[in-house]
Design a binder for this molecule. Structure first.
Ligand SMILES: Nc1ncnc2c1ncn2[C@@H]1O[C@H](COP(=O)(O)OP(=O)(O)OP(=O)(O)O)[C@@H](O)[C@H]1O
Length: 216
């Protein structure tokens, strides 16, 4: 089992009711699922808990056999570097680093930088011509492909993608999504894709829906 959540609950100090109520879910190694739900239903909150960016109030959360509950900030940061990769809607590239520097960044942090793997990813994602450029010189679709390369270069077991194509037009969005799926499949990583798009959700074999903090 890659991911196991058992009755996870989360509130924020200023929310009256919990944002997540007793969320339980399992994902097998290499499993892929789409997570949909209305705005405010708790999708990003759930992704943040799984990615170790925030902590649950109660419940159990295990990734690749590691219980996240007792981990401190440093432990959760280690998990993000080594096991989980997160791709955001806003790309979050480092503006002062070239495309090549951005692609290598997370793998270097994780202590597993492999230039041959970077080159392979850059080729697969059509970025070979752009390696010396800086993020501001790229289109949105190109920037998101760099963000995908950066995440996959670090060899995560689980990829969390929060509206990864939300800033792209439909054609670029489909192309970027196909590349992301291909690469995740190739590495046998798991994927959780948060999306508002029915079209994108339908591409994945499994779908979960959050309604006011409960999975349906
Ligand atoms: N850091 C925070 N502090 C307080 N409340 C928060 C915080 N983050 C999210 N919330 C609240 O928690 C609820 C769920 O937010 P979340 O971002 O998880 O929803 P979402 O389903 O991802 O929404 P969207 O589709 O609009 O991104 C919302 O009511 C939001 O206002």
């Amino acid at each position: 089992m890659l991911l196991h959540l058992d009755t996870v609950t989360k509130s924020y100090p200023d929310t009256e009711t919990p944002v997540l109520h007793g969320v339980s879910l399992d994902l097998d190694v290499g499993g892929m699922l789409a997570l949909t739900g209305e705005s405010g239903s708790g999708k990003s909150t759930l992704l943040h808990l799984i990615g170790g960016l925030d902590t649950a109030d109660s419940g159990r959360l295990e990734i690749d056999g590691t219980d996240l509950t007792p981990l401190d900030d440093a432990g959760r940061a280690g998990l993000r570097r080594g096991t989980v990769g997160v791709i955001f809607q806003q790309f979050n590239l480092i503006p002062s680093l070239s495309v090549a520097g951005n692609i290598a960044f997370q793998a270097r942090l994780a202590g597993r930088h492999d230039p041959a793997r970077d080159a392979e990813l850059a080729t697969h994602l059509g970025l070979q011509e752009h390696l010396h450029k800086y993020p501001e010189q790229l289109s949105g679709g190109q920037q998101q492909r760099v963000a995908i390369a950066r995440t996959l270069a670090a060899g995560p077991k689980l990829v969390l993608a929060d509206e990864p194509t939300g800033n792209l037009d439909e054609t670029s969005s489909d192309a970027v999504m196909s590349l992301l799926q291909e690469l995740v499949e190739e590495t046998s990583a798991g994927l959780i894709l948060v999306t508002h798009s029915e079209r994108l959700a339908a591409r994945l074999p499994r779908r979960l829906h959050l309604r006011a903090g409960r999975l349906t």
